[in-house]
Design a protein around this ligand. Structure first.
Ligand code: PLP
Length: 470
């Protein structure tokens, strides 16, 4: 399996060293795969073009059009294996990694992740359906969400998924649904651990003022309810946020959760066996990002949980986690075709691409930063500072501000790195743009995993009442 930038075909140009280093062939070498910015198989081929999974990115755009999400299968499988291997090495109890499919839910992604032995965390009936159709066992599907509908809960129970219960309304709904089931529905409880972390406000979830999970004040009442219920509660869950670089908050989860494990057993006779500590490990989008490795994260959470449970004299729980971004974020790039440009004298030059906030809403939503290269001239010198604008009718539709690129021309291919997580899954049809296609690449072969929408697809759900017809 390829795990490093392949040397033979690669340009060996010196590392670019401006104050704000940018990527081209010169700096690919310095951005080793361990630094998580590039897919593991990225290299510059003899045509001076970017290649991923053995496929020339410019050829891929010719074949499939743009914008195009390009998913590197080797990178995704490697990340799954890193999680699995790290738990085997650092945790003495049982463990199960679940892929948080909100990061990118589609059949092929669920199938790859499932074939690596991971389960799937889902947040809607649509994500359940996708995981099931991809062949994932319902026993490995965990259903989250703070407002699951009756129809979704029924579907989840009938499918045999575990429901991670978020609030009283849901708990009581499940209790009444349990009466119609032949076996006790398998549930977990989502609790708000009161752990703060430094990330964007919108993706913090573990602090007390959060819409998710039961408040610590409610826990006694919830456990008392469960002790007399028809539900099979197997454990508790917490997720503290996303794109987190600090290890301390994740280390602290064990200490908080063990108290509730203990309370459940000692006071209410509830026998919990599973502890789910959520996801949240961040990835490197730009050079200045410095996240811990998957192994460091797993080692830390394993130690935190082990120490806390040993100190309380409790058996180690089956430890679950549900990473999304750190599994898939760096495994995918988005290729765009460059269109026109506009220079505002003494201010900036805008270069436009044929996508934008509809295929990547993260910059406009979270002010997220990305890195990019011109894939058809990988070793051209980085001679201009430009801003990459999307094509949407929105001034804020800027993908990357102030990036150094070579001179570009209309028709050049711009590749943005790190677009595997929360891009396709958050994509929209804003301005009635058809959603982009996605391919998976491996060993020089590319296969379509999501078809490009057509103009006609955009009208598929529209209805024109008779009286409005002209
Ligand atoms: C409950 C839950 N679990 C897991 C995740 C995945 O987080 P990440 O992609 O940061 O690993 C999220 C993301 O918001 C989440 O809400």
């Amino acid at each position: 399996m390829t795990t490093a930038l392949s040397k033979p075909k690669q340009e060996t140009v010196s590392v670019n060293s401006t104050n704000s280093p940018q990527i081209n062939a010169a700096s690919l070498d310095s951005l080793s795969p361990n630094q998580q910015l590039l897919p593991l198989t990225a290299l510059v081929n003899s045509h001076d073009r970017l290649e991923i999974g053995g496929c020339d990115v410019v050829d891929l755009v010719q074949q499939y059009g743009s914008p195009l999400y390009i998913l590197d299968e080797v990178s995704l499988r490697t990340a799954c294996q890193q999680y699995r291997d790290a738990f085997a090495k650092h945790y003495q109890g049982q463990s199960q990694v679940l892929y948080a499919s909100k990061a990118w839910s589609c059949l092929a992604v669920c199938a790859i992740v499932g074939s690596e032995g991971l389960g799937i965390d889902v947040v809607s009936a649509g994500e359940i359906l996708t995981a099931l159709r991809a062949g994932v066992s319902p026993s490995l599907i965990y259903f989250h969400g703070n407002n699951k509908s009756l129809e979704e809960l029924t579907y989840a129970l009938e499918s045999g998924c575990t429901v991670v219960v978020d609030n009283w309304h849901e708990l009581k709904t499940l209790e009444s649904l349990a009466l119609e089931q032949t076996s006790k529905p398998r549930i977990m409880l989502r609790l708000t651990p009161g752990i703060e972390c430094h990330t964007h406000e919108y993706i913090q979830t573990g602090h007390i003022d959060s819409k998710f999970g039961f408040d610590p004040n409610e826990i006694d009442a919830v456990f008392a309810f469960l002790s007399k219920s028809s539900l099979n509660c197997v454990g508790i869950h917490a997720h503290i946020g996303s794109q987190i670089f600090e290890l301390q908050p994740h280390q602290d989860i064990g200490g908080v959760m063990v108290q509730w494990f203990k309370l459940a057993g000692e006071k209410y006779g509830l026998k919990f066996s599973e502890l789910n500590i959520g996801g949240g490990l961040g990835i490197r989008y730009v050079e200045s990002d410095d996240p811990p490795s998957i192994e460091e994260w797993v080692k830390t959470v394993s130690a935190g949980v082990t120490d806390a449970f040993v100190a309380e004299g409790l058996a180690l729980p089956k430890l679950l986690c549900e990473p999304g971004r750190s599994l898939i974020g760096s495994t995918c790039v988005t290729a765009y075709t460059i269109g026109g440009s506009k220079t505002v004298p003494d201010i900036r030059t805008y270069i436009t691409v044929d996508g934008g906030m509809s295929d990547n809403p993260r910059p406009i939503t979270y002010q997220s930063k990305y890195r990019a290269v011109v894939a058809n001239h990988m070793s051209a010198s980085l001679s201009q500072t430009v801003t990459i604008a999307g094509k949407h009718c929105e001034s804020g539709d800027i993908l990357i501000k102030d990036i150094q690129l070579p001179v570009t021309n209309p028709g050049d291919i711009l590749v943005v790195f790190g677009t595997g997580a929360y891009n396709y899954s958050m994509a929209s049809n804003y301005n009635r743009l058809p959603k982009a296609a996605a391919v998976v690449v491996e060993g020089g072969e590319s296969s379509l995993i999501v078809k490009r929408e057509t103009r006609e697809d955009l009208l598929r759900q529209d209805c024109l009442p008779e009286r409005l017809r002209q």
